[in-house]
Design a protein around this ligand. Structure first.
Ligand code: BES
Ligand code: MN
Ligand code: ZN
Length: 490
């Protein structure tokens, strides 16, 4: 796994500033006030920071933005980053400021002179998240990420505040690595092996093989993988950090390691992007890692359906009818609407096995979701306002875009099949909603459920605030926050 830059907190030491190597960051308020460390830097640089302030450079900048100076005279550091941030900055601005530093940092060492920061741990988290770089397949000599040192008045308190943030960063990095990984490397088997490795953190791991799923009658999931040389799998990660016997929250992920579309094959243009079609499973795996690493006081079970959607002589054909574990028969009109087939059986299995207090599924499910919401927001569709409200609130608190779309009987009727109980596509209108209505069939009456379509946000073609282009890890922070909010009560 890509390791996050090490973060340590040290006591403020004005006399150590001149000799600090790597990059050095100081804070200035929007109205141009420097703290004691900033004033020391200013003095060492013979008034350079004061000139920036007096020259009016701050006026065009927003909170969280950075002005960088290369090879600053008077300092051993190779660059000086001046960050604009109010003294009472909230979580979001603090993280954004950190992210701006993390972006500039690259793999260099970074010393953040954080003397008067209200939320140094949040600044550090922003920096760590943005400093991610996926280099698993670059042959050039790999460098370890340079450490981030934050100087503060009370290092122990900041260290304690950062401990859960470190677990979050590790979860996000795992999700991004999985989502960025090419499909010839991250096969269904390799994914399951990665998950088995999480047992070291105290998670209970179970992997169902094709023969197990045949016995359970998972004809929908198995139909998707039957054209691939890679065996389909269902991996389960259980975290028991709450009361014994208390019903868990279930997180379910679509893990299509590559989606060619199957016999309903996709156009060649852009097909390589379908290596991210396991993004939902990537988020579930990342969150489970975070929960275990920070020893969350909650019971959560993560389930991922791992399959590859390939065209071949053994592949499912359009027109085939399969039987799901629930017993419903499904007419497969389009083999490219495969994610919902995988989720149908995993959702049913999750409910029958754990009787969860709530189910949240994540899936790169529909291109229609990108047409509706672009890359700014994922879509939420739910049968329960309370659980959906909690998910929306958690996403808002974490700055991860999420917008609710409706469900409705009329949409469900678009899935009527002439020859089976249901068909797997409902036509072009409202594609994200009809996909969700398909899943809705496999949710039992009374089980609170939220479906998150992350097709537009799991991996993006441009840098975002907290990630370089490619996999974002969208959802790990939201779900970690949700578990805190609804299971841990803090
Ligand atoms: N994995 C795709 C959806 C997708 C598209 C994710 C673009 C990320 C970016 C999904 O399996 C799919 O192919 N959906 C079809 C459904 C259609 C056949 C009803 C789609 O959206 O075109
Ligand atoms: Mn597809
Ligand atoms: Zn897909």
């Amino acid at each position: 796994m890509t390791t996050p830059a090490p973060v340590r907190f040290a006591a403020t030491d004005l006399d150590a500033i001149a000799a600090a190597t790597g990059r050095l960051a100081v804070f200035v308020t929007p109205d141009g006030k420097l703290d004691a460390e900033g004033r020391r830097v200013n003095r060492l640089m013979r008034g350079a920071l004061q000139r920036i302030v007096e020259g009016g450079a701050l006026e065009k900048k927003e909170a969280g933005e950075v002005i960088s100076l290369a090879w600053p005279a008077g300092l051993a550091a190779e660059a000086l980053d001046m960050v604009i941030l109010p003294r009472n900055a909230g979580i979001e601005d603090s993280r954004r400021a950190g992210a701006a530093l993390g972006r500039a940092k690259g793999d260099k060492a970074l010393t953040i002179l954080g003397g008067t920061l209200r939320r140094p741990a949040e600044v550090a988290l922003g920096a760590v998240l943005r400093a991610y770089d996926y280099t698993a397949h670059k042959t050039a000599e790999k460098t370890e990420p340079g450490a981030i040192t934050v100087t503060v008045r009370e290092p122990e308190a900041s260290e304690a505040a950062f401990a859960p943030a470190r677990a979050v960063a590790e979860g996000v990095f795992l999700t991004r690595d999985l989502t960025n990984a090419p499909a010839n490397h991250l096969t269904t088997t390799a994914f399951a092996e990665e998950i088995k490795g999480l047992a070291a953190l105290g998670l209970k791991i179970t992997v169902l093989e094709e023969s197990d799923m045949e016995q359970l009658g998972m004809g929908a999931l198995l139909a998707v993988g039957q054209g691939s040389a890679s065996p389909s799998k269902l991996a389960v990660m259980e975290w028991q950090g709450g009361e014994t016997g208390a019903a868990p929250l279930a997180l379910v992920g679509k893990g299509v390691v590559f989606d060619t579309g199957g016999i309903s094959i996709k156009p060649a243009q852009g097909m390589e992007e379908m290596t991210m079609d396991m993004g939902g499973a990537g988020v579930v795996t990342g969150v489970m890692r975070t929960l275990a690493a920070r020893k969350a006081r909650a019971n959560v079970v993560g389930l991922v359906g791992l399959v590859e959607n390939m065209p071949s002589g053994t592949a499912t054909r359009p027109g085939d009818v399969v039987t799901s574990m629930k017993g419903d028969t499904i007419e497969i009109i389009n083999t490219d609407a495969e994610g919902r087939l995988v989720l149908a059986d995993v959702l049913w299995y999750a409910q029958k096995t754990w009787r969860p207090r709530g189910v949240i599924d994540l899936a790169t499910l529909t291109g229609a979701c990108i047409i509706a919401l672009g890359h700014e927001n994922a879509a939420a569709l739910a049968n329960d306002d309370t659980l959906c409200g909690a998910v929306l609130a958690a996403a808002k608190a974490e700055g991860e875009g999420l917008w609710r779309l409706p469900l409705g009987k009329g949409y469900a009727e678009m899935l009527k099949s002439r020859i089976a109980d249901v068909k797997n596509v409902g036509g072009r209108p409202a594609g994200t909603i009809t996909a969700a209505e398909f899943l809705h069939r496999f949710i039992e009456e009374g089980t609170p459920w939220v479906h998150l379509d992350i097709a537009g946000v799991a991996s993006v073609q441009a840098d975002t605030t907290y990630a370089p282009k490619g996999a974002t890890g969208w959802g790990v922070r939201t779900l970690d926050r949700l578990v805190r909010d609804i299971c841990e009560g803090d």
